[in-house]
Ligand binder design. Sequence first.
Ligand code: SF4
Length: 256
Amino acid sequence: MSAAKKPTPKKAKKTAAPKKAASPRKPAAKKRAKKPAAPVPDTLARLKKAHPDAHCELDHEDAFQLLVATVLSAQSTDVGVNKATPGLFEKWPNAAALSQADVADVERSIATIGMFRQKSKRIVELSKLLVERHGGEVPDKLDDLVKLPGVGRKTANVVLGVWWGRPEGVVVDTHVQRIAQRLGWTKNDEPEKIEVDLMKQVPREDWDATSHVLIFHGRRICNAQRPGCTSCPVNDACPSAFHAENVGRKPPRVRD
Ligand code: SF4
């Protein structure tokens, strides 16, 4: 029996692969509308207009009183300091007088202010150094000011800006820090870095005014917990407008 020939399978005809239907072109991903950051000097000018009365709220009659009041205001309110300083300056009106004061007497005079013991010691020591090194006068140079006890860059710039009109930086307190972050003027958290960012963007002649204006804006409108974006005069220029509650806030304290 002859073996039946295995039929060779017919080669399947090559059929042309169906052309891929041209996929409809994906629409370009929508870019998130980014609010253009308004130029800082423009927004600042509008804030200045909104708070024309912005100024240093520590009561003082001369550079010495301003310096002492600013040292006392660390972690205390201006209102609280203003209540204590009239009595203090009545007894010890200048550096020469305060340098001779008994620290315990000074403590009694400013006992309503937080950390009054530490601060009393500081302002007496500060007065002694003013007498020894500067003839009892307040120096007008940052380098000299920061060598005084209790005087850091921030306090020195308050005195240089408010009294001498020649600040060498921008004073960054808690209001300035929060509002600069909310307005998108800085992405930093440390006051020193925020100060550098502000100094780069704000014209030098506005360095002193900037902190007063932002402090007033922070107290009146852009509160830490309840920012009043609806009534804010620069809400069209603020990238945090209407969702600012958590921007520029200090993290909550964690209890041990
Ligand atoms: S719009 Fe709101 S978050 Fe922005 S500066 Fe004004 S109050 Fe503050």
